[in-house]
Design a protein around this ligand. Structure first.
Ligand code: NAP
Length: 335
């Protein structure tokens, strides 16, 4: 049977918008060749890196041509398999494109545990959750007594990072854009405090919430936040540099900052690339999965319906208008 796929209609200029995409009908998939799987897509993960990636500005990877499969990971179910490690019915995470169905290489697909909510495998138990775990436990090595702050705190990386830090005994302070996001961060994610950085006096309220200052700061946004945070760090603070979302639409020179406070505070700045930690994903799932089932890790998703809704949902993500993990629901969990 034919199926739908969303592709680029034209190369985006700056931050992508919904009008850059179109949804087309594809003919029925052929049978999988040796080593391949034919999958039906359940949920597509939309992530901030896809914006720069579509313009060839992410980790040296080329921009996809208009009409070609788009970058993006999904949780999917195997319909038929020509790879010895998979069989029909298995659930996998794979880069399928923004499509209802796809052929993928079995050696690039990862089987996931259906005991957990399936969509969580591309969210809090998938790449964004692994990023949070890596930054909090492997780079910053958060421990009881730390004062942990994070921005984009309502999102799957920032929100999960704060919940991990809280579960490890840190005091947690979130920074997020807007009252609804701050309410989510405090009430569902259980942070001790959250400040809305759209308010003029946010830096004063952040300072009050942190007491003596953060011992760990996890950065996801960019200069407008860390420019205020760095001077407030405690001595010997650890800073995880994870993302610079507010700069992803820019083709200009790299973001700069007067580095005096890093020297003065004897701070360590730790760059994070999640790719380094994929071999350790099972460690995070073994810790975070039970937390999810016990309610010590929240599953908050912002989901649109159907592959044709992906462009508008992606535009919302890139404008920061979503609440929680941005997803597109493409198929039922079970058929
Ligand atoms: N280093 C790595 O390996 C790695 C891996 C995964 C993710 N990341 C990074 O981690 C960060 C968070 O990822 P996520 O998936 O959890 O995303 P997210 O928080 O769901 O979405 C990004 C958030 O960035 C904030 N933001 C600030 N200025 C923005 C702007 N000008 N345009 C768009 N958003 C803006 C918005 O939150 P507010 O409204 O609260 O500001 C927005 O909701 C991103 O920077 C991402 O690129 C890095």
């Amino acid at each position: 049977m034919s199926y739908l796929e969303t592709v680029l209609r034209r190369a985006p200029a700056g931050v992508p918008v919904a009008a850059d995409f179109e949804t087309v009908e594809r003919p029925a998939l052929r049978a999988p060749a040796a080593g391949e799987l034919a999958v039906r897509v359940i949920a597509l993960s939309l992530d901030p890196y896809i914006g720069p990636r579509l313009r060839g500005r992410h980790m040296g990877e080329p921009a996809p041509a208009p009409g070609a499969a788009l970058p993006g990971f999904t949780v999917s179910q195997v319909m038929s398999s020509a790879h010895a490690d998979f069989r029909a019915g298995d659930f996998v995470v794979a880069e399928t494109g923004w499509a209802e169905q796809a052929l993928v290489r079995g050696d690039l697909a990862r089987k996931v545990d259906p005991a957990y909510p399936l969509s969580a495998h591309v969210g809090v138990l998938g790449m964004p959750g692994l990023t949070a775990w890596a930054g909090v436990t492997q780079l910053a090595r958060v421990r009881e007594g730390d004062v942990f702050s994070v921005d984009a705190a309502a999102g799957p990386v920032g929100g999960t990072a704060g919940q991990i830090a809280r579960n490890l005994g840190a005091r947690t302070v979130g920074i997020a854009g807007g009252a609804a996001k701050c309410a989510l961060v405090r009430e569902r994610y259980g942070f001790d405090a959250c400040v809305d950085y759209r308010e003029a006096d946010w830096a004063d309220r952040y300072k009050a919430a942190c007491g003596a200052g953060p011992t760990v700061h996890f950065e996801n946004v960019g200069l407008s936040v860390y420019g205020k945070v760095f001077p407030l760090l405690q001595n010997y603070a650890r800073v995880v540099l994870c993302g610079l979302a507010e700069h992803y639409g820019s083709d200009g020179p790299p973001v700069s900052y007067p580095l005096g406070p890093i020297v003065g505070k004897r701070a360590s700045v730790l760059g994070l690339v999640v790719y380094d930690f994929y071999p350790r994903l099972a460690e995070w799932v073994a810790l975070g999965g039970p937390w999810l089932l016990e309610g010590r890790l929240a599953l908050v998703e912002d989901t649109s319906e159907g592959v044709a809704s992906a462009p508008a949902q992606f535009e919302r993500l890139l404008k920061g208008q979503h609440l929680g993990k941005a997803l597109v629901r493409i198929g039922a969990d079970r058929v």
